[in-house]
Design a protein around this ligand. Structure first.
Ligand code: SF4
Length: 465
């Protein structure tokens, strides 16, 4: 039995030239592990790795494969491509499923009867693994069940909801062999001492916080209850990654920094078992003590990312971010003191933001001087609280990198201003000197990749939207 799992990623559309890196679809890799344990031969494709391949070419390749089971994971802004891909396989692959964070919002579209039938035969709604585990005997028999919690089979039908997994250690380690060395590009600074082979790991799921721009379709995990794997289960996966040749790790948890106690246990387990690889994770702009940050550094932490978002406390309040500008400053200083590099995410163009407030964001960036800055334009996504508050800002093809471009001249002017800021920040000799002092070794080892990134970034800086 052969299964083909496809992440229909964003690729790099000409409408969205903002340089970015890739995030591997860990939910697909987790499902691949369940299928492999059940005796399936699994392939995992990711269209972000082949941005030059036309959709028709991918459709033809899938048809040639004619797998017994096709699972497609659409992302926001790739839905139409994914739907088309599923539909194009109707004659060759009867078992066609969709899963992923976008699916709860689009399941009805994918299951709707059209003149050429339905795109998908079933849609896994919510956390996929518990549903897949119960689906396995049916898939082996080549058909879907009449009903199953978490599985939608018809447009308009409401499946019985499924509880979130409590014990994440009960899942097998994701099929990392399907991801490592496949060409994923990781762009954040990482202290590797050789050509980068990045590995992605999900150590926890869920986030109970309520940032208004945060949408389930943009997150890596499901649920508002925070759940996490044991330290040893995570270190087993890190050891597996190291065996596969990975020399750097990105923890893609939505909220890696939720529990300082859990981070401490994880770092201690890495050190105790001597599985120390350079790693990067996303934390909040508050709550990590210098003592803990130093332990993280010893356990390989190279880079931390946080969403500082704005230099204005009023705007932070509007975003329901739950941090203050003072906390952002202090956390950034502690991270630097511990010898860890910082990636800062910021948002401009929040509805009602004044010019002075936006300037305070630029000033804050200059002050805390992250090693890498991402300036997003405020956008709304399905499921985010902001969608209810500012529906007029929704643009179907918009991403956090483009914002609602095309909406009006103000957005275009904002994009130009953002590019001017990027130019000033990244081309500042002080920034360049600091970056070269810390990063000359990884830069040399990855010269080709870095040169391509610099060329892409320069194009983005200079381009007139
Ligand atoms: S942005 Fe991060 S902290 Fe805020 S709600 Fe989303 S996952 Fe949670």
């Amino acid at each position: 039995m052969r299964a083909l799992l496809i992440n229909v990623g964003h690729g790099q559309s000409p409408a969205d030239p903002h340089p970015r890196h890739h995030v591997a679809p860990m939910d697909l890799a987790q499902c691949a592990a369940l299928l492999e344990a059940d005796g399936w031969r699994v392939e995992l494709w990711d269209t972000v790795l082949t941005p030059q391949a036309a959709p028709a070419e991918i459709e033809a390749r899938v048809r040639q494969k004619a797998p017994d089971l096709l699972i497609v994971r659409p992302l926001h802004a790739s839905l139409h491509t994914a739907e088309h891909l599923l539909r194009s396989q109707a004659g060759s692959t009867p078992l066609r499923l969709a899963m992923g964070p976008l699916v709860p919002h689009v399941a009805d579209d994918l299951l709707a009867e059209g003149p050429e039938g339905r795109a998908a035969e079933g849609a896994i709604v919510g956390e996929p693994e518990p549903t897949l585990i119960e689906l396995l005997p049916h898939l082996r028999a080549g058909r879907l069940p009449e009903a199953l919690p978490g599985l939608r089979l018809r447009a308009g039908q409401r499946e019985r909801p499924r509880a979130f997994l409590k014990d994440l250690d009960a899942l097998p380690i994701p099929s990392q062999h399907l991801l490592v060395g496949r060409g994923y590009r990781f762009r954040y600074p990482l202290d590797v001492d050789g050509p980068l082979r990045i590995g992605y790991v999900l150590t926890s799921r869920g986030c109970a916080l309520g940032c208004i721009f945060c949408a389930p379709v943009e997150r890596e995990t499901f649920g508002t209850k925070y759940r996490f794997r044991s330290a040893d289960h995570v270190v087993d996966e890190l050891a597996r990654l190291r065996d596969l040749g990975a020399n750097g790790v990105y923890f893609i948890d939505d909220f890696f920094g939720f529990s300082p106690r859990r981070i401490r246990e994880l770092c201690e387990a890495m050190l105790r078992r001597d599985v120390v690889l350079p790693w990067c994770a996303q934390v909040r702009a508050q709550g990590l003590s210098l003592d803990l940050l130093r332990l993280m550094r010893r356990a390989g932490c190279s880079t931390l990312c946080f969403g500082a978002e704005s230099g204005s406390d009023r705007v932070l309040g509007l975003l329901r971010k739950g941090v203050t500008v003072a906390e952002v400053r202090e956390q950034a200083a502690r991270i630097r003191q511990a010898g860890i590099q910082l990636v800062g995410y910021f948002i401009v163009g929040v509805p009602g933001e004044t010019d002075a407030e936006r300037q305070s964001t630029y000033d804050l960036i200059d002050e805390i001087a992250p090693d890498l800055v991402q300036l997003h334009i405020f956008n709304v996504f399905p499921g985010a609280p902001a969608m209810e508050m500012f529906p007029e800002r929704y643009v179907e093809e918009g991403t956090k990198f483009t914002g609602p471009l095309g909406l009006d001249q103000r957005m275009i002017a904002l994009d130009r201003e953002r590019r001017r800021f990027y130019r000033r920040y990244y081309l500042n000799p002080r920034y360049l000197g600091r970056a070269l002092r810390r990063r000359w070794r990884p830069l040399l080892h990855n010269f080709g990749e870095e040169a391509e990134f610099v060329a892409r970034t320069t194009r983005f800086f200079l381009e007139r939207p």
